[in-house]
Write a protein that binds this ligand. Structure first.
Ligand code: C5P
Length: 220
């Protein structure tokens, strides 16, 4: 079968990564979590004390990073210059800062370039905010996955067992990131004209996955 590319965009906590991973598994494709790449740059910026540093310093730092995404049983391991940062990039500190780092135009250019290379031979399921609009505008299947803010907060809450945040705090954090991601100048979170909208508030993960697999079959 010819391979296609699948773009899955949407706001924080809509279930993109779980869904994208399962779709990739079913299709025998590679899953690329682009949020993890922005998180990896953010982690290194924080470690270098560049949280409020000039954007040029953060993009220069980003250029020196070797970001690795390696498929694993439990999803995907993320490394930076050989060090495993899979858990570190999910910290509250990274959550707080990532949308700021993701606004830096040169950081985006660098990561978008890497992402386009990863998808050049097709057979990729990529999730993020700008995949259908900027990274893979020619993806054969595009999905915009969303859910109510409350539902997204509840799902995140269950994921992060032992979290220091309450459900209400999580919902506020999600709404704040939605706003920053949707309102930024460069590649804002936006549904591509040709993306299929899936609202997962009332759907199970498997219903969403099956819907996307059906969309893929139509294209192959
Ligand atoms: O998907 P995840 O929640 O891990 O993404 C973290 C942050 O990275 C998002 O809130 C957004 O600011 C940024 N991001 C982005 N473009 C992408 C993927 C993520 O700007 N393609």
């Amino acid at each position: 079968d010819p391979k296609i590319n699948i773009a899955i965009d949407g706001p924080a906590g809509a279930g993109k990564s779980t869904v994208a991973r399962l779709v990739a598994e079913k299709m025998g494709y590679i899953y690329v979590d682009t949020g993890a790449m922005y998180r990896a740059v953010t982690l290194k910026a924080l470690e270098s004390g560049l949280k409020d540093g000039p954007p040029e310093a953060i993009s220069a730092l980003a250029r020196g990073l070797q970001i690795g995404l390696v498929p694993a049983k439990d999803g995907q391991r993320v490394s930076v210059n050989g060090d495993d940062v899979t858990d570190l990039i999910r910290s509250i500190e990274v959550n707080r800062t990532v949308s700021m780092v993701a606004q830096i135009e040169d950081v985006r250019k660098l990561l978008v370039d890497k992402q386009q290379h990863m998808a050049a031979s097709k057979g990729v399921v990529m999730d993020g905010r700008d995949i259908g609009t900027q990274v893979l505008p020619d993806a054969e299947v595009k999905v915009f996955l969303t859910a109510s803010a409350r539902m997204r907060a509840e799902r995140r809450y269950k994921e992060m067992d032992g979290t220091a945040m309450t459900l209400d705090e999580l919902e506020l954090d999600i709404q704040r990131r939605d706003r920053m991601d949707a309102e930024r100048e460069v590649s804002p979170l936006m549904r591509a004209d040709d993306a299929v909208l899936i609202d997962s508030t009332q759907l199970s993960i498997h219903q969403v996955v099956d819907h996307i697999i059906d969309l893929c079959k139509e294209q192959i």
